[in-house]
Design a protein around this ligand. Structure first.
Ligand code: CUA
Length: 340
């Protein structure tokens, strides 16, 4: 008896642990679709609950039918032989054809309605258009509101304002996914896909490429910072400025010269110095919290490691090691970390 009680208790605890893995506190579940923070994510969550309710109804019916069959309608020991076989029953056949068809209809109507609702045909008033370019293996964001702001791997958007993300790919198929702000959408070469959303709660939300796109697919992460409207306006204005010019005769100013003379300029833009476009725009790289598409922290230690061993830190990374070491590398890192 005790043993049975113990195993039941264990099963209950396992269930509770499993359920606690779905949703809840922000910091514990940063990538849960069950803690929505935008209108789009809320709609999808509502649809999920609606379909789950239908599923629960079906589960209940099946369990009740099973219990009735086993405990009420079964033959008992000592009773006469098996019940008479029924070869066909028209009413039953109609019932189990119509039943599932109706359930599918109940599920498909709100699903199709949500698809249309989430993809408005015309531009929404006051929307902020942003082009998202997927690369192997990082994300580029262009603000198409005339500000000229460009950033990589860390998208800032204002809360309570309609956002229109135009998703394009530079190479293969990727998938843009920020679980708490909305559903996945494929990013397909030669095609522009859209996501429309209004984020409701300022905060930091994690994103991840959700379509296998090569060796560093798992390292193709990003973040969306939902800012209060005033904070966003300040951020966007600062991002549109040219890169900071370091004071004369400092490590950073020597680093600026090293950058200008290096092959880095063929791939990276620093507004005012270079115009590369293969890798992320570094004009305000120091204003980001992470580097290498969310894989490393943006601090001198990780940045140094990244420039020295890109291939080790992120397999398949397009950035080669140019052999910068020692004081030269330190100066370059000082410069990059000064680009707020
Ligand atoms: Cu990009 Cu997976």
């Amino acid at each position: 008896m005790m043993r049975q009680f113990k195993s039941q208790l264990l099963a209950l605890m396992a269930l509770a642990t499993f359920l606690s893995g779905c949703g809840g506190e922000d910091s514990i579940h940063p990538m849960s679709t069950l803690a929505p923070r935008s209108d789009l994510a809320n709609w999808i969550y509502g649809l999920f609950l609606e379909i789950t309710a239908w599923d629960l109804l079906i589960l209940t019916i099946v369990i009740v039918a099973f219990i009735l069959a086993v405990f009420v309608f079964s033959t008992r020991v000592g009773e006469a032989g098996p019940p008479t076989a029924v070869s066909s029953d028209l009413t039953l056949e109609i019932a189990w054809t119509l039943g599932p068809a109706l359930i599918l209809l109940f599920i498909s109507i709100p699903t199709v309605r949500l698809i249309f609702r989430s993809q408005p045909r015309n531009a929404v008033a006051n929307e902020l258009p942003i082009t998202v370019v997927a690369h192997q293996w990082w994300w580029e964001f262009h603000y198409d509101d005339g500000s000229g702001a460009i950033t990589a791997n860390e998208l800032h958007i204002p809360a309570e304002r309609p956002i229109h993300l135009k998703l394009v790919s530079n190479d293969v198929i990727h998938s843009f996914w920020v679980p708490r702000l909305g559903g996945k959408r494929d990013v397909v070469p030669g095609q522009v896909n859209s996501i429309h959303l209004i984020s409701t709660v300022p905060g930091e939300y994690y994103g991840q490429c959700a379509e296998f796109c090569g060796v560093s697919h798992a390292n193709m992460r990003f973040r969306i910072f939902v800012d209060k409207p005033d904070d966003f306006a300040m951020w966007e204005k600062s991002q549109a400025q040219p890169g900071a010019v370091p004071a004369q005769a400092t490590a950073a100013s020597r680093g600026a010269q090293i950058f200008a003379d290096s092959p880095c300029t063929t791939c990276h833009t620093i507004n005012g110095i270079s115009k590369g476009y293969v890798g992320p725009d570094l004009t305000h790289v120091a204003s980001r919290t992470t580097i290498a598409a969310g894989v490393l922290t943006n601090d001198p230690h990780d940045l140094t490691e990244w420039i020295e061993h890109p291939e080790t830190m992120k397999p398949g990374a397009r950035m080669p090691d140019f052999g910068l070491r020692g004081p030269q590398l330190n100066d370059l890192v000082s410069y990059l970390e000064s680009l707020k």
